[in-house]
Design a protein around this ligand. Structure first.
Ligand code: PLP
Length: 393
């Protein structure tokens, strides 16, 4: 019998529901079942060859030692140079901290700027780790529900209504996981102005920014005047098909960057050295990068269009995704006897139709499911057909 008792630090912590679905689908596949996994939040593409070449080269050159906690100088310089272009003003490399994935950059940011009892507005549905990371920082994630008519994008009025004297910040994720919504430049400007007026921190998670179909997704770097209370996080996992390399970064004021580096120095130290060199390679060949990124986005667009056509034809209610690689589909209405129709549907779908998706409850949207189309075309289409079949459409 286990004698393990969790500390109060993690008493409230929930397992990542998106990773849980993926693990279950992998286990079913390992047992010989032909599961279609539309749960995973990672590109099905291989890391581009030019990045692999850069990584091999760095390894041969002996890139195996510790680096500075905040990352190797050329990678920070490269990230800063790109941020400067978007920002229209110089961003200094000392404003950049490289971390073990965007997830760690988000954790560093939340842990360093929020604390006990602080309220942070989270436009919802949102990526589950926001709520858990805020809880680890002892802050309170305040759910701000968007409306399905607006693809769940929140307005400044929604944010203002949810604010209290304890509000300290707001999390923005555009393009959004799980809805695929992309905020317009005007919407981001309005949110930025509200945050500035109220003295709130703004954390902008831009990991899907390069995966946008109708128009380029705006970065907060483009609309902000400075970094007094802004932290932008980004990484190579999605746009460069490098999820396993675990490289992300934050761009902030120098003071916030120092605080985050100090925190990281006691938790993980530098992000893996070879992975930093791979990320540097990814960002150092503009032409190869454009080709790799365009190829991937074209594949996502093709799958999105084909899958959306099936759903539309069947009369299924879903959010038209403008970015990222997820379809957010409504599968029921909660009732007292069935408070989480999305969870019930996802279970039935996996057991009876062998398709893995993430229940919307993971994103505080219990009547929805999230379907990733970062999977081979045939699997996406077959999976979506099975979803419409289970919906009786
Ligand atoms: N932010 C969002 C919205 C995500 O969906 C993810 C990954 O799924 C991350 C951050 C984490 O990215 P990384 O793999 O770089 O830690």
């Amino acid at each position: 019998m286990s004698t393990f008792t969790a500390s109060t630090n993690i008493a409230e912590l929930k397992e990542s529901p998106t990773i849980a679905v993926s693990s279950r689908a992998k286990a079913m596949r390992a047992s010989g079942l032909a599961v279609i996994d539309l749960g995973a939040g990672e590109p099905d593409h291989a890391t581009p060859a030019y990045v692999m070449d850069g990584a091999h080269h760095a390894l041969t050159a002996g890139a195996t030692r510790y680096t500075a906690v905040e990352g190797i100088a050329p990678l920070r310089a490269r990230v800063a140079a790109r941020a400067s272009v978007l920002h229209g003003k110089p961003v200094d490399p000392s404003q950049v901290v490289v971390s073990g994935g965007t997830k760690q950059a988000l954790f560093n940011a939340c842990f360093c700027i929020f604390g006990h009892g602080d309220e942070v507005l989270v436009p919802t549905p949102a990526w589950p780790s926001y709520y858990e990371i805020l809880s680890l920082a002892r802050a309170n994630a305040m759910i701000v529900p968007g409306s399905a008519d607006m693809s769940f994008r929140v307005t400044v009025d929604d944010l203002d209504r949810a604010a209290t004297p304890r509000t300290r910040g707001v999390m923005i994720n555009s393009p959004c996981n799980p809805t695929g919504a992309v905020y317009s430049r005007a919407e981001l400007e309005a949110i930025m102005r509200l945050a500035e007026d109220r003295g709130w921190w703004l954390i902008s998670d831009e990991i899907y920014r390069r995966i946008s179909y109708d128009r380029p997704a705006t970065s907060m770097l483009e609309v902000s005047s400075g970094f007094d209370r802004l932290i932008v996080v980004d990484g190579v996992a999605k746009a460069f098909a490098m999820p396993g390399w675990r490289i992300g970064w934050s761009i902030s004021s120098i003071a916030a960057a120092k605080a985050m580096a100090a925190l990281q120095s006691h938790v993980t130290s530098n992000a893996a050295t070879i992975s930093q060199h791979a990320a540097l390679a990814a960002l150092s060949d503009d032409d190869a990068e454009q080709v790799a990124c365009d190829t991937m986005v074209a594949a996502f667009r093709r799958r999105r269009d084909a899958a959306a056509a099936i759903l539309r034809g069947a009369g299924v209610h879903f959010i038209e995704p403008a970015g990222a690689f997820y379809l957010f589909i409504q599968v029921g209405n909660p009732t007292p006897g069935d408070p989480e129709p999305g969870s019930r549907f996802a279970r039935e779908l996996l057991e009876s139709k062998l398709v893995a998706v993430v229940p919307g409850a993971a994103f505080h949207a219990p009547e929805w499911i999230r379907v990733s189309y970062a999977a081979p075309d045939a699997e996406v289409l077959e999976g979506v057909r099975r979803i419409t079949a289970l919906l009786g459409k």
